[in-house]
Ligand binder design. Structure first.
Ligand code: ZN
Length: 209
């Protein structure tokens, strides 16, 4: 169970890998990463099934490294930031609802913040130095690798993204950050079995029902 602080936030980073920005039709040279939130009820704990939402017909997986904030505060400098744990997670996205929201200039919450939209593995206790010993994130869908990347390819590093968020919103110890997805996002279907990994360190097994 993630050690999620009461009142904690789930912060998600968008377009933090150049190849994913490109696959979504954005010029990575010109579009900066940005962030948005999911409510606490989005968190899906290890062992829970992902219930395919009845309001969508196009749910995508976004494979993401998840970190847990250790140092809270506002206007943090990158060297002041720290984590106390990391995990592998999925930013489940109703791409059809997101497309409509984008067209209408509305927020994304329904597409990305619905209950159960943030499946997450058990957390490994560790700081940024410990995380540095890991490298690859991968997602298997029904035995086939569908997404993989190196988290070091992020546009905003983890200290940079924590510093950036804290310019606007105070960080609190225990906040979770979904750090963005590499290329290869795609659809899931009922009956799928998903296995997400950070090297051999973190593993999340998820059934879509
Ligand atoms: Zn995402």
């Amino acid at each position: 169970m993630p050690d999620f602080a009461p009142g904690g936030k789930i912060i998600c980073i968008g377009r933090n890998y150049a190849e994913h920005a490109a696959e979504m039709g954005h010029d990575p040279e010109r579009s900066q990463p940005f962030f948005f939130f999911k409510p606490a009820s989005a968190l899906l704990l290890p062992g829970e099934d992902f219930i395919y939402p009845d309001f969508s017909r196009e749910v995508h997986h976004e494979l993401e490294l998840v970190v847990r904030v250790a140092v809270g505060g506002r206007h943090l400098k990158t060297e002041q930031t720290e984590i106390n744990g990391f995990a592998i997670g999925l930013d489940m996205t109703c791409r059809d609802l997101q497309r409509v929201a984008k067209q209408q200039g509305r927020p994304w919450e329904l597409a990305k913040g619905f209950d159960g939209s943030a499946p997450c593995s058990e957390f490994i206790a560790g700081n940024l130095q410990d995380l540095e010993k890991t490298s690859a994130i991968t997602l298997e869908r029904n035995g086939v690798i569908v997404q993989s990347g190196l988290w070091r390819d992020m546009i905003w590093s983890i200290p940079e993204l924590m510093a950036e968020v804290s310019r606007y919103i105070a960080l609190t110890p225990g906040d979770l950050i979904f750090t963005g997805t590499p290329a290869g996002v795609g659809e899931v279907a009922r009956g799928d079995r998903l296995i997400a990994r950070l090297d051999d360190v973190c593993k999340l097994t998820l059934s879509v029902i």
